[in-house]
Design a protein around this ligand. Structure first.
Ligand code: SF4
Length: 212
């Protein structure tokens, strides 16, 4: 996201009187953003004016920018990545629609209630995972303004969750030991194989969220 998009997000939050319980700055690796110092300053100022909002930075701590000073109002969380395989993460590239599951998908999974909305340069999504799915599949459905209704999120979930492995994990986080049957489907089902092939050939062009 550009600095101007982040400013717009913070201003929209104030204008619409939205009280965030928590804002997580995540990537990829946020410390690789070329303007991360300014971005952290913006969030820190917002946090000072809205002390009820926790601001958190998720980093693996390995980037060349790890020495960047993080304001004391921003809590640092380690994503604990030590390699490409992270057993704590649920399988992701497994599309329920490839497994003949024909649900409506509009209710999504536990992640929306535990982790909240996702926002990237293409707009708001019901979850950060959904935002990542859209980047690869190119549905281009990110909302350019904060979704004030649950229906909007359900419409997006009806599209995105059909491609999401989290949907197969049930109502709660699934431990590595209890996902044996899913592990057998990994690393990805056929929709993902073709979506990544197409992505590597030509990345989808999605409309970016508003700038100031
Ligand atoms: S199943 Fe995936 S896309 Fe759907 S709500 Fe859960 S994490 Fe988001």
């Amino acid at each position: 996201m550009s600095v101007s998009q982040i400013r717009k997000f913070l201003e929209e939050s104030v204008q619409k009187n939205i009280t965030w319980r928590r804002i997580r700055i995540m990537g990829g690796e946020p410390l690789l953003h070329p303007e991360i110092e300014l971005i952290l300053t913006l969030f820190d100022s917002y946090g000072k004016e809205h002390p009820q909002t926790e601001i958190e930075l998720y980093t693996n701590g390995l980037s060349k920018n790890r020495t960047i000073p993080v304001p004391s109002g921003i809590k640092i969380h380690s994503t604990k990545k030590t390699g490409k395989i992270n057993s704590l993460f649920e399988p992701y590239n497994l599309a329920p629609s490839d497994l003949s599951i024909t649900d409506d998908f509009g209710n999504g999974c536990w992640i929306t209630s535990d982790c909240g909305l996702g926002l990237n340069k293409y707009g708001y999504y019901p979850c950060a995972t959904g935002a990542a799915i859209d980047r690869v599949f190119g549905f281009d459905i990110g909302l350019k303004e904060f979704p004030m209704s649950e229906e909007k999120c359900s419409e997006m979930k009806s599209i995105l969750c059909a491609y999401c492995g989290h949907y197969l994990c049930g109502g709660n986080y699934t431990t590595p030991d209890s996902r044996v049957s899913l592990n057998m489907l990994e690393p990805m089902t056929k929709s993902w194989v073709s979506a990544y092939a197409e992505y590597n050939r030509k990345k989808p062009e999605l409309m970016e969220g508003g700038r100031l």
